[in-house]
Ligand binder design. Sequence first.
Ligand SMILES: C[S@@+](CC[C@H](N)C(=O)[O-])C[C@H]1O[C@@H](n2cnc3c(N)ncnc32)[C@H](O)[C@@H]1O
Length: 372
Amino acid sequence: MAIAEPPSPAAPDGHEHGAGPPLRLRRAALVETLATLVASADLPGLRAHLDALRHAIAPGGPLWAGPADEAVIFPEDLLLAELDQIGAALTLERARYYAERLSKAARGERTAAINEIDLNRWKAYDDILTDSLWLIEHRDSSGAHSADYWGNFIPQIPNQLMRRYTRRGDWVIDPFAGSGTTLIEGQRLGRNTLGVELQAHIAERARALVQSEPNRHGAVCHVVAADSAEADFRTLLTERGVASAQLALLHPPYHDIIRFSDDPRDLSNAASVESFLSGLGRVVANVAAALDRGRYLALVIGDKYVRGEWVPLGFRAMQVVQEQGFLLKSIVVKDIHGTAGKRSQKELWRYRALVGGFYVFRHEYVFVFRKR
Ligand SMILES: C[S@@+](CC[C@H](N)C(=O)[O-])C[C@H]1O[C@@H](n2cnc3c(N)ncnc32)[C@H](O)[C@@H]1O
């Protein structure tokens, strides 16, 4: 629940919500105060120390850190909730347990090896999704992000995945880079990115969009115009002085639902579902060769409907990744909202669905895998 400086929990990426104004406290003094509290002989004594602590953390109180102090930062509402929990404990043993847990949080971060989520203050990350149903109503259209590229995904998808499965300075591969949503989001989060996109003018546009975005963390982004089914991702990385990648995000065409170009290598021009899946398999193999073992690959894809039959493209594509030896970790279902154009046809689609005995697509999948 506490983090060291830098970064500050209120500032780093503007993505952590639900926390009050941050309290900047003297780390050593706080740890010492908590040690005294834990050493109390009885519950009334411990509660007296707790009251003193509450006063000490109030604005201008003795625990407030000056500019030269080593500080620990807590969202105010979370720290107060922790203190309330200590105060409400019915036994000395339980109160000590909560106080020791808080002291541990004050002493330093506890993060998993593959991300920067401080497990000591996991309640502060209420915007990190952990359920398998993602209902995301509004597209993040801040900065360089825009919905102009037909078929691009919402920035919240790469944001969620990079924060769960990478740390700052890690490398993320996106072999279907499109308008660069992953790359822009990576730069914001301090993740380095390698994007490959078949269409040179779209790759150029992605590059320009990334460059127009502030780069607070000094992240590196390379955009390459190439066919990902033929690309050697390991070489693309090593040529740039990087040994391997720590996350891969794949957002391929949903076969021919949207035709992205006239290029026969474009997976949206694959002659059949089978040839689409075999092309996707080649991309997965190429990306897998550059991904560290134990790290994650996410595939974002939807189904399609052909001549009265629902084609479970998502599950077929999921199997393609599993056949490459990846372990399936999660199947996330994400809602899709119609565009303005589609909305005007909503009633028509509803009518067609009633007549044709089918359901209108409102979801796509985010499949999450781990490389064995
Ligand atoms: C669904 S879009 C990805 C959109 C991207 N996530 C974004 O937010 O802009 C799929 C992209 O894959 C590209 N593409 C199709 N076949 C490809 C291939 N063989 N190699 C590389 N890119 C390919 C298309 O040109 C298109 O831009």
